[in-house]
Design a protein around this ligand. Structure first.
Ligand code: FMN
Ligand code: MN
Length: 465
Protein backbone atom coordinates (compact mmCIF):
# COMPACT_ATOMS: atom_id res chain seq x y z
CA UNK A 1 0.00 0.00 0.00
CA UNK A 2 1.39 3.39 -1.01
CA UNK A 3 1.65 6.39 1.32
CA UNK A 4 -0.99 9.03 0.70
CA UNK A 5 1.21 11.87 1.85
CA UNK A 6 4.31 12.82 3.80
CA UNK A 7 2.53 12.78 7.17
CA UNK A 8 1.51 9.18 6.75
CA UNK A 9 5.16 8.38 6.11
CA UNK A 10 6.11 10.41 9.21
CA UNK A 11 3.71 8.25 11.26
CA UNK A 12 5.25 5.12 9.75
CA UNK A 13 8.76 6.34 10.55
CA UNK A 14 7.65 7.05 14.11
CA UNK A 15 6.13 3.60 14.56
CA UNK A 16 9.33 2.02 13.19
CA UNK A 17 11.57 3.96 15.60
CA UNK A 18 12.96 5.89 12.62
CA UNK A 19 11.86 9.34 13.80
CA UNK A 20 12.95 11.60 16.61
CA UNK A 21 10.96 14.71 17.52
CA UNK A 22 12.89 17.73 18.79
CA UNK A 23 10.69 20.11 20.78
CA UNK A 24 13.51 22.21 22.22
CA UNK A 25 14.01 25.56 20.52
CA UNK A 26 16.70 25.43 17.83
CA UNK A 27 18.17 28.13 15.62
CA UNK A 28 17.61 27.84 11.85
CA UNK A 29 20.99 29.48 11.37
CA UNK A 30 23.62 26.71 11.54
CA UNK A 31 22.07 24.84 14.48
CA UNK A 32 19.47 22.83 12.53
CA UNK A 33 22.23 21.96 10.04
CA UNK A 34 24.61 20.85 12.79
CA UNK A 35 21.96 18.64 14.43
CA UNK A 36 21.26 17.03 11.05
CA UNK A 37 24.99 16.56 10.37
CA UNK A 38 25.45 14.74 13.68
CA UNK A 39 22.36 12.59 13.14
CA UNK A 40 23.46 11.59 9.61
CA UNK A 41 26.95 10.75 10.87
CA UNK A 42 25.37 8.53 13.53
CA UNK A 43 23.16 6.84 10.91
CA UNK A 44 20.23 7.97 13.06
CA UNK A 45 16.55 8.62 12.39
CA UNK A 46 14.71 11.38 10.52
CA UNK A 47 14.03 14.48 12.64
CA UNK A 48 10.77 16.35 13.17
CA UNK A 49 11.60 19.82 14.52
CA UNK A 50 8.61 21.45 16.26
CA UNK A 51 10.24 24.59 17.62
CA UNK A 52 12.45 26.41 15.15
CA UNK A 53 13.20 29.94 16.27
CA UNK A 54 11.15 32.45 14.27
CA UNK A 55 9.17 29.74 12.45
CA UNK A 56 5.65 28.63 13.35
CA UNK A 57 5.44 25.31 11.53
CA UNK A 58 7.06 21.91 11.90
CA UNK A 59 10.00 20.82 9.78
CA UNK A 60 10.87 17.28 8.71
CA UNK A 61 14.58 16.71 8.03
CA UNK A 62 16.29 13.86 6.19
CA UNK A 63 13.21 11.72 5.59
CA UNK A 64 15.17 9.23 3.43
CA UNK A 65 18.57 9.85 5.02
CA UNK A 66 19.42 6.13 5.13
CA UNK A 67 18.89 3.31 2.64
CA UNK A 68 16.68 1.55 5.19
CA UNK A 69 14.25 4.50 5.18
CA UNK A 70 14.32 4.63 1.36
CA UNK A 71 13.44 0.91 1.43
CA UNK A 72 10.48 1.74 3.72
CA UNK A 73 9.12 3.97 0.95
CA UNK A 74 9.33 1.15 -1.59
CA UNK A 75 8.15 -1.32 1.06
CA UNK A 76 10.97 -3.73 0.23
CA UNK A 77 13.86 -5.25 2.16
CA UNK A 78 16.91 -3.00 2.32
CA UNK A 79 18.99 -5.48 0.32
CA UNK A 80 16.37 -5.44 -2.46
CA UNK A 81 16.30 -1.63 -2.67
CA UNK A 82 18.23 -1.21 -5.94
CA UNK A 83 16.42 -4.02 -7.70
CA UNK A 84 13.04 -2.80 -6.49
CA UNK A 85 13.74 0.82 -7.45
CA UNK A 86 15.04 -0.36 -10.84
CA UNK A 87 11.90 -2.37 -11.48
CA UNK A 88 9.51 0.37 -10.33
CA UNK A 89 11.26 3.26 -12.09
CA UNK A 90 11.22 1.31 -15.39
CA UNK A 91 7.43 1.16 -15.27
CA UNK A 92 5.44 3.03 -17.87
CA UNK A 93 3.82 6.23 -16.65
CA UNK A 94 0.12 5.93 -15.87
CA UNK A 95 -2.04 7.38 -18.64
CA UNK A 96 -3.70 10.24 -16.79
CA UNK A 97 -4.02 11.26 -13.17
CA UNK A 98 -7.45 12.28 -11.83
CA UNK A 99 -8.01 15.98 -11.20
CA UNK A 100 -9.92 16.87 -8.03
CA UNK A 101 -11.75 20.14 -7.40
CA UNK A 102 -9.76 20.73 -4.24
CA UNK A 103 -7.47 18.96 -1.80
CA UNK A 104 -5.56 19.25 1.47
CA UNK A 105 -2.88 21.51 -0.04
CA UNK A 106 -5.62 24.10 -0.64
CA UNK A 107 -6.78 24.44 2.98
CA UNK A 108 -5.19 27.88 3.30
CA UNK A 109 -4.82 30.41 0.47
CA UNK A 110 -2.38 33.30 0.53
CA UNK A 111 -2.66 35.77 -2.30
CA UNK A 112 0.09 38.02 -3.57
CA UNK A 113 -0.65 40.97 -1.28
CA UNK A 114 -0.43 38.78 1.84
CA UNK A 115 2.38 36.48 0.78
CA UNK A 116 5.26 36.56 3.24
CA UNK A 117 7.67 33.80 2.24
CA UNK A 118 9.32 33.90 5.69
CA UNK A 119 6.06 32.71 7.23
CA UNK A 120 6.11 29.49 5.15
CA UNK A 121 9.80 28.93 4.54
CA UNK A 122 12.23 28.80 7.47
CA UNK A 123 15.50 30.67 6.94
CA UNK A 124 17.76 27.65 7.21
CA UNK A 125 21.46 28.31 6.81
CA UNK A 126 22.79 24.74 6.58
CA UNK A 127 26.50 25.51 6.58
CA UNK A 128 28.24 28.67 7.80
CA UNK A 129 29.53 29.94 4.45
CA UNK A 130 26.33 29.36 2.47
CA UNK A 131 25.46 32.57 0.64
CA UNK A 132 22.21 32.78 2.64
CA UNK A 133 19.25 30.59 3.50
CA UNK A 134 18.09 28.09 0.86
CA UNK A 135 14.82 26.31 0.17
CA UNK A 136 16.32 22.99 -0.89
CA UNK A 137 13.69 20.26 -0.85
CA UNK A 138 10.78 21.46 -2.95
CA UNK A 139 9.45 19.54 -5.94
CA UNK A 140 9.36 22.07 -8.75
CA UNK A 141 6.71 21.44 -11.38
CA UNK A 142 6.94 23.19 -14.77
CA UNK A 143 5.47 22.63 -18.22
CA UNK A 144 7.36 22.02 -21.46
CA UNK A 145 6.01 24.69 -23.86
CA UNK A 146 6.59 22.45 -26.92
CA UNK A 147 4.78 19.34 -25.74
CA UNK A 148 2.61 20.52 -22.84
CA UNK A 149 4.11 17.73 -20.69
CA UNK A 150 4.84 18.59 -17.06
CA UNK A 151 8.23 17.98 -15.45
CA UNK A 152 9.12 17.60 -11.79
CA UNK A 153 12.56 17.93 -10.20
CA UNK A 154 14.26 19.16 -7.03
CA UNK A 155 16.37 22.33 -7.45
CA UNK A 156 17.87 24.52 -4.79
CA UNK A 157 16.34 27.96 -4.42
CA UNK A 158 18.42 30.57 -2.65
CA UNK A 159 16.34 33.03 -0.65
CA UNK A 160 16.92 36.49 -2.05
CA UNK A 161 14.72 38.50 0.29
CA UNK A 162 11.01 39.11 -0.01
CA UNK A 163 9.23 36.73 -2.37
CA UNK A 164 12.23 35.98 -4.59
CA UNK A 165 14.68 33.11 -4.81
CA UNK A 166 17.46 32.01 -7.14
CA UNK A 167 16.99 28.92 -9.34
CA UNK A 168 20.09 26.73 -9.77
CA UNK A 169 19.87 24.26 -12.63
CA UNK A 170 21.93 23.50 -15.71
CA UNK A 171 21.23 21.34 -18.77
CA UNK A 172 20.92 18.38 -19.18
CA UNK A 173 18.65 18.77 -16.15
CA UNK A 174 15.14 19.07 -17.64
CA UNK A 175 14.31 21.94 -15.30
CA UNK A 176 16.98 23.99 -17.08
CA UNK A 177 16.23 22.66 -20.59
CA UNK A 178 12.57 23.67 -20.24
CA UNK A 179 13.46 27.02 -18.72
CA UNK A 180 15.68 27.76 -21.74
CA UNK A 181 12.75 27.00 -24.04
CA UNK A 182 10.55 29.58 -22.29
CA UNK A 183 13.33 32.12 -22.36
CA UNK A 184 13.87 31.57 -26.10
CA UNK A 185 10.24 32.67 -26.51
CA UNK A 186 10.94 35.71 -24.27
CA UNK A 187 8.41 34.37 -21.79
CA UNK A 188 8.62 33.77 -18.04
CA UNK A 189 8.22 30.15 -16.91
CA UNK A 190 5.38 29.36 -14.50
CA UNK A 191 6.46 27.17 -11.60
CA UNK A 192 4.74 25.42 -8.72
CA UNK A 193 7.10 24.38 -5.92
CA UNK A 194 5.50 21.61 -3.87
CA UNK A 195 7.11 21.20 -0.47
CA UNK A 196 6.54 17.99 1.47
CA UNK A 197 4.81 15.26 -0.50
CA UNK A 198 4.49 11.49 -0.54
CA UNK A 199 8.15 10.38 -0.47
CA UNK A 200 7.56 8.41 -3.69
CA UNK A 201 7.25 11.78 -5.45
CA UNK A 202 10.76 12.55 -4.29
CA UNK A 203 12.03 9.14 -5.46
CA UNK A 204 10.34 9.54 -8.86
CA UNK A 205 11.82 13.03 -9.24
CA UNK A 206 15.33 11.55 -8.94
CA UNK A 207 15.20 8.79 -11.58
CA UNK A 208 18.33 9.24 -13.69
CA UNK A 209 18.31 9.34 -17.48
CA UNK A 210 14.60 9.85 -18.09
CA UNK A 211 13.37 11.28 -21.37
CA UNK A 212 12.16 14.86 -21.38
CA UNK A 213 8.78 13.44 -22.39
CA UNK A 214 8.32 11.65 -19.05
CA UNK A 215 6.08 13.36 -16.50
CA UNK A 216 7.57 12.41 -13.13
CA UNK A 217 4.17 12.84 -11.42
CA UNK A 218 2.68 10.13 -13.63
CA UNK A 219 5.78 8.02 -13.09
CA UNK A 220 5.35 8.42 -9.31
CA UNK A 221 1.80 7.07 -9.64
CA UNK A 222 3.10 4.09 -11.62
CA UNK A 223 5.79 3.46 -9.01
CA UNK A 224 3.21 3.66 -6.18
CA UNK A 225 0.96 1.23 -8.03
CA UNK A 226 -1.94 3.57 -7.25
CA UNK A 227 -2.88 6.90 -8.74
CA UNK A 228 -3.40 10.04 -6.68
CA UNK A 229 -5.29 13.29 -7.13
CA UNK A 230 -3.95 16.39 -8.78
CA UNK A 231 -5.37 19.85 -8.25
CA UNK A 232 -4.91 22.88 -10.46
CA UNK A 233 -2.63 25.66 -9.28
CA UNK A 234 -4.45 28.91 -8.54
CA UNK A 235 -2.51 31.22 -10.84
CA UNK A 236 -1.43 28.93 -13.69
CA UNK A 237 -2.55 25.76 -15.44
CA UNK A 238 0.06 23.65 -13.63
CA UNK A 239 -1.24 20.52 -11.91
CA UNK A 240 0.09 19.74 -8.45
CA UNK A 241 -0.33 16.75 -6.10
CA UNK A 242 -3.39 17.45 -3.90
CA UNK A 243 -1.84 15.93 -0.78
CA UNK A 244 1.37 17.92 -0.52
CA UNK A 245 2.01 20.28 2.37
CA UNK A 246 2.82 23.65 0.79
CA UNK A 247 2.55 24.90 -2.82
CA UNK A 248 4.40 28.06 -3.82
CA UNK A 249 3.35 29.49 -7.17
CA UNK A 250 5.57 31.84 -9.10
CA UNK A 251 7.49 32.45 -12.29
CA UNK A 252 11.08 32.32 -13.43
CA UNK A 253 11.87 35.66 -15.06
CA UNK A 254 13.13 35.55 -18.64
CA UNK A 255 16.53 37.11 -19.44
CA UNK A 256 17.22 37.93 -15.83
CA UNK A 257 20.21 36.72 -13.83
CA UNK A 258 21.47 37.40 -10.35
CA UNK A 259 24.45 36.09 -8.42
CA UNK A 260 23.75 32.73 -6.74
CA UNK A 261 25.80 30.89 -4.10
CA UNK A 262 28.06 29.98 -2.48
CA UNK A 263 26.36 26.77 -1.36
CA UNK A 264 27.74 23.72 0.40
CA UNK A 265 26.75 21.10 -2.17
CA UNK A 266 26.80 17.30 -2.05
CA UNK A 267 30.57 16.98 -2.72
CA UNK A 268 30.99 18.73 0.63
CA UNK A 269 32.63 21.85 -0.82
CA UNK A 270 31.12 25.27 -1.34
CA UNK A 271 30.28 25.96 -4.98
CA UNK A 272 31.22 29.33 -6.47
CA UNK A 273 28.99 32.38 -6.89
CA UNK A 274 27.60 32.41 -10.45
CA UNK A 275 24.78 34.23 -12.21
CA UNK A 276 21.53 32.26 -12.27
CA UNK A 277 17.85 32.86 -13.01
CA UNK A 278 15.44 34.11 -10.37
CA UNK A 279 11.95 32.99 -9.29
CA UNK A 280 9.32 35.47 -8.13
CA UNK A 281 6.56 33.90 -6.06
CA UNK A 282 3.11 35.47 -6.10
CA UNK A 283 0.75 32.95 -4.50
CA UNK A 284 0.77 30.14 -1.97
CA UNK A 285 -1.60 27.48 -0.69
CA UNK A 286 -0.93 25.07 2.15
CA UNK A 287 -2.38 22.69 4.70
CA UNK A 288 -3.65 24.18 7.94
CA UNK A 289 -0.69 22.87 9.86
CA UNK A 290 1.95 22.29 7.20
CA UNK A 291 5.14 20.30 7.67
CA UNK A 292 8.05 21.83 5.82
CA UNK A 293 10.50 19.38 4.17
CA UNK A 294 14.25 19.98 4.39
CA UNK A 295 17.35 17.94 3.78
CA UNK A 296 20.89 18.70 4.98
CA UNK A 297 23.52 19.00 2.24
CA UNK A 298 27.24 18.34 2.75
CA UNK A 299 29.77 15.50 2.57
CA UNK A 300 28.36 11.95 2.61
CA UNK A 301 26.44 10.44 4.26
CA UNK A 302 23.39 12.59 3.49
CA UNK A 303 19.94 11.97 2.07
CA UNK A 304 20.96 13.25 -1.37
CA UNK A 305 23.73 10.65 -1.48
CA UNK A 306 21.18 7.94 -0.68
CA UNK A 307 18.98 9.22 -3.52
CA UNK A 308 21.93 9.49 -5.93
CA UNK A 309 23.08 5.98 -5.10
CA UNK A 310 19.67 4.39 -5.52
CA UNK A 311 18.93 6.31 -8.73
CA UNK A 312 22.34 5.82 -10.30
CA UNK A 313 22.89 2.14 -9.51
CA UNK A 314 19.55 1.13 -10.95
CA UNK A 315 19.77 3.64 -13.85
CA UNK A 316 23.30 2.63 -14.93
CA UNK A 317 22.47 -1.07 -14.64
CA UNK A 318 19.52 -0.55 -16.97
CA UNK A 319 21.51 1.64 -19.38
CA UNK A 320 24.33 -0.92 -19.67
CA UNK A 321 22.01 -3.93 -19.92
CA UNK A 322 20.12 -2.26 -22.77
CA UNK A 323 23.27 -0.91 -24.41
CA UNK A 324 26.93 -1.92 -24.57
CA UNK A 325 26.86 -4.66 -21.95
CA UNK A 326 23.85 -6.99 -21.61
CA UNK A 327 26.15 -9.24 -19.53
CA UNK A 328 26.75 -6.65 -16.81
CA UNK A 329 26.43 -8.35 -13.41
CA UNK A 330 26.21 -5.49 -10.91
CA UNK A 331 26.84 -1.75 -10.61
CA UNK A 332 27.92 -0.09 -7.41
CA UNK A 333 27.99 3.68 -6.89
CA UNK A 334 29.80 4.61 -3.68
CA UNK A 335 28.16 7.56 -1.93
CA UNK A 336 30.49 10.21 -3.43
CA UNK A 337 28.10 10.38 -6.45
CA UNK A 338 30.95 10.48 -9.02
CA UNK A 339 32.44 6.96 -8.92
CA UNK A 340 30.98 3.84 -10.55
CA UNK A 341 32.24 0.27 -10.12
CA UNK A 342 30.91 -2.25 -12.64
CA UNK A 343 31.24 -6.02 -12.59
CA UNK A 344 30.98 -7.51 -16.04
CA UNK A 345 31.04 -10.90 -17.70
CA UNK A 346 33.12 -9.68 -20.62
CA UNK A 347 32.01 -11.03 -23.99
CA UNK A 348 34.64 -9.30 -26.14
CA UNK A 349 38.00 -7.79 -25.32
CA UNK A 350 37.18 -4.06 -25.55
CA UNK A 351 33.87 -4.32 -23.76
CA UNK A 352 35.14 -3.02 -20.42
CA UNK A 353 36.35 0.13 -22.20
CA UNK A 354 33.05 0.52 -24.05
CA UNK A 355 31.26 0.37 -20.71
CA UNK A 356 33.41 3.32 -19.63
CA UNK A 357 32.52 5.36 -22.72
CA UNK A 358 28.85 4.67 -22.14
CA UNK A 359 29.02 5.76 -18.50
CA UNK A 360 31.15 8.82 -19.37
CA UNK A 361 28.11 10.26 -21.16
CA UNK A 362 26.42 10.71 -17.77
CA UNK A 363 27.38 14.10 -16.49
CA UNK A 364 28.14 13.19 -12.89
CA UNK A 365 30.35 10.21 -13.66
CA UNK A 366 34.02 10.90 -13.05
CA UNK A 367 35.73 7.57 -12.30
CA UNK A 368 34.70 4.14 -13.62
CA UNK A 369 36.29 0.88 -12.47
CA UNK A 370 35.37 -2.29 -14.35
CA UNK A 371 35.98 -5.69 -12.75
CA UNK A 372 35.20 -9.26 -13.81
CA UNK A 373 32.10 -11.12 -12.70
CA UNK A 374 33.98 -12.94 -9.93
CA UNK A 375 34.63 -9.64 -8.11
CA UNK A 376 31.94 -8.05 -5.95
CA UNK A 377 31.89 -4.31 -6.78
CA UNK A 378 30.50 -3.60 -3.28
CA UNK A 379 33.49 -5.25 -1.60
CA UNK A 380 36.37 -2.79 -1.72
CA UNK A 381 38.96 -5.40 -0.67
CA UNK A 382 38.01 -7.45 -3.73
CA UNK A 383 38.01 -4.37 -5.99
CA UNK A 384 41.49 -3.37 -4.83
CA UNK A 385 42.63 -6.97 -5.27
CA UNK A 386 41.43 -6.81 -8.87
CA UNK A 387 43.19 -3.48 -9.42
CA UNK A 388 46.37 -4.89 -7.91
CA UNK A 389 46.38 -7.93 -10.19
CA UNK A 390 44.37 -7.24 -13.35
CA UNK A 391 45.02 -3.58 -14.08
CA UNK A 392 47.98 -2.18 -16.02
CA UNK A 393 48.28 1.59 -16.01
CA UNK A 394 49.90 1.73 -19.48
CA UNK A 395 46.98 0.13 -21.31
CA UNK A 396 44.03 -0.06 -18.93
CA UNK A 397 43.35 3.63 -18.31
CA UNK A 398 40.87 5.48 -20.49
CA UNK A 399 40.40 9.21 -20.00
CA UNK A 400 37.91 11.65 -21.42
CA UNK A 401 37.19 15.31 -20.98
CA UNK A 402 34.57 17.10 -18.97
CA UNK A 403 33.53 15.46 -15.74
CA UNK A 404 30.61 17.78 -15.18
CA UNK A 405 30.63 17.59 -11.43
CA UNK A 406 29.96 20.19 -8.84
CA UNK A 407 32.87 20.88 -6.54
CA UNK A 408 36.55 21.65 -6.93
CA UNK A 409 37.13 18.66 -9.17
CA UNK A 410 35.10 20.39 -11.88
CA UNK A 411 36.91 23.68 -11.58
CA UNK A 412 40.49 24.61 -12.25
CA UNK A 413 42.41 24.51 -9.02
CA UNK A 414 46.15 23.87 -8.98
CA UNK A 415 45.87 23.56 -12.79
CA UNK A 416 44.00 20.26 -12.45
CA UNK A 417 40.65 20.07 -14.16
CA UNK A 418 37.78 17.72 -14.60
CA UNK A 419 38.85 14.59 -16.45
CA UNK A 420 36.91 11.37 -16.56
CA UNK A 421 38.92 8.20 -16.00
CA UNK A 422 38.14 4.55 -16.48
CA UNK A 423 40.26 1.75 -15.01
CA UNK A 424 39.95 -1.66 -16.63
CA UNK A 425 40.64 -4.24 -13.92
CA UNK A 426 39.39 -7.22 -15.94
CA UNK A 427 41.51 -10.15 -17.03
CA UNK A 428 42.23 -10.40 -20.77
CA UNK A 429 39.81 -12.84 -22.41
CA UNK A 430 42.59 -15.33 -23.19
CA UNK A 431 42.90 -15.59 -19.44
CA UNK A 432 45.43 -15.45 -16.67
CA UNK A 433 46.98 -18.37 -14.83
CA UNK A 434 44.44 -20.14 -12.66
CA UNK A 435 43.54 -18.65 -9.29
CA UNK A 436 45.08 -20.69 -6.53
CA UNK A 437 42.28 -22.11 -4.47
CA UNK A 438 41.11 -25.62 -3.50
CA UNK A 439 38.99 -27.58 -5.98
CA UNK A 440 35.22 -26.91 -5.53
CA UNK A 441 34.61 -30.62 -4.71
CA UNK A 442 37.15 -30.38 -1.91
CA UNK A 443 35.50 -27.21 -0.62
CA UNK A 444 32.11 -28.97 -0.67
CA UNK A 445 33.60 -31.89 1.18
CA UNK A 446 35.09 -29.83 4.01
CA UNK A 447 31.92 -27.77 4.31
CA UNK A 448 29.92 -30.96 4.68
CA UNK A 449 32.30 -32.07 7.44
CA UNK A 450 32.43 -28.63 9.07
CA UNK A 451 30.35 -29.47 12.14
CA UNK A 452 32.32 -32.60 12.83
CA UNK A 453 35.70 -30.87 12.31
CA UNK A 454 34.80 -27.94 14.52
CA UNK A 455 33.35 -29.89 17.45
CA UNK A 456 34.94 -28.46 20.61
CA UNK A 457 37.71 -30.52 22.14
CA UNK A 458 35.85 -31.08 25.43
CA UNK A 459 32.83 -32.71 23.82
CA UNK A 460 35.10 -34.94 21.69
CA UNK A 461 36.72 -36.19 24.91
CA UNK A 462 33.30 -36.82 26.43
CA UNK A 463 32.24 -38.72 23.30
CA UNK A 464 35.27 -41.04 23.65
CA UNK A 465 34.45 -41.94 27.22
C1 FMN B 1 18.18 17.59 -2.18
C2 FMN B 1 18.43 17.70 -3.65
C3 FMN B 1 18.81 18.91 -4.20
C4 FMN B 1 19.03 19.03 -5.57
N1 FMN B 1 19.37 20.25 -6.07
C5 FMN B 1 19.51 20.39 -7.40
C6 FMN B 1 19.78 21.67 -7.95
O1 FMN B 1 19.91 22.68 -7.23
N2 FMN B 1 19.89 21.77 -9.31
C7 FMN B 1 19.76 20.68 -10.13
O2 FMN B 1 19.85 20.83 -11.34
N3 FMN B 1 19.52 19.45 -9.63
C8 FMN B 1 19.38 19.29 -8.29
N4 FMN B 1 19.11 18.06 -7.77
C9 FMN B 1 19.05 16.90 -8.68
C10 FMN B 1 17.78 16.90 -9.50
O3 FMN B 1 16.66 17.01 -8.68
C11 FMN B 1 17.68 15.60 -10.29
O4 FMN B 1 18.75 15.56 -11.18
C12 FMN B 1 16.38 15.47 -11.05
O5 FMN B 1 16.30 14.18 -11.60
C13 FMN B 1 16.26 16.49 -12.14
O6 FMN B 1 15.08 16.24 -12.87
P1 FMN B 1 14.90 16.83 -14.33
O7 FMN B 1 15.97 16.24 -15.22
O8 FMN B 1 13.53 16.42 -14.72
O9 FMN B 1 15.07 18.32 -14.23
C14 FMN B 1 18.88 17.91 -6.40
C15 FMN B 1 18.52 16.70 -5.85
C16 FMN B 1 18.28 16.58 -4.50
C17 FMN B 1 17.86 15.27 -3.94
MN1 MN C 1 12.45 15.23 -16.08
Amino acid sequence: MAYTDMRQFVAKLDAAGELVQIDAEVDPVEEVGAICREMLDQGGPAILFTNIKGYNHRLLANMMGTTSRAAMVLECAEEDLIESYGELSARKEVEELPVAASGPCKEVHISEADLDLDELVPQILSNPEDGGPFLNYGLMIVRDPDTGVQNMGVYRLQRRGGRRTGFWSMPPSHGAVIRNKWEAMDKPMEVAVCIGGDPMLYLASQVAGLDLSVDELKLAAAMRGESFDLVKAETSDLMVPANCEIVLEGKVLAHHREPEGPYGEYPGYYGPVLDFPVVEFHHATHRKDPIYAYTYMGIPPTESHVLFQVGNESGFLRKLRNGTAPTVVDVHCPPDAHTVIVSLKKSYEEQAKHVMYELFTSRLVKTVIVVDEDVDPRNFEQVFWALANRFHADEDIVTGPGACTIGPSAQKYNSKHAVKMGMDATEPLEGYPAISRPRPEMMDKVRARWGELMTPKASKMRAKR
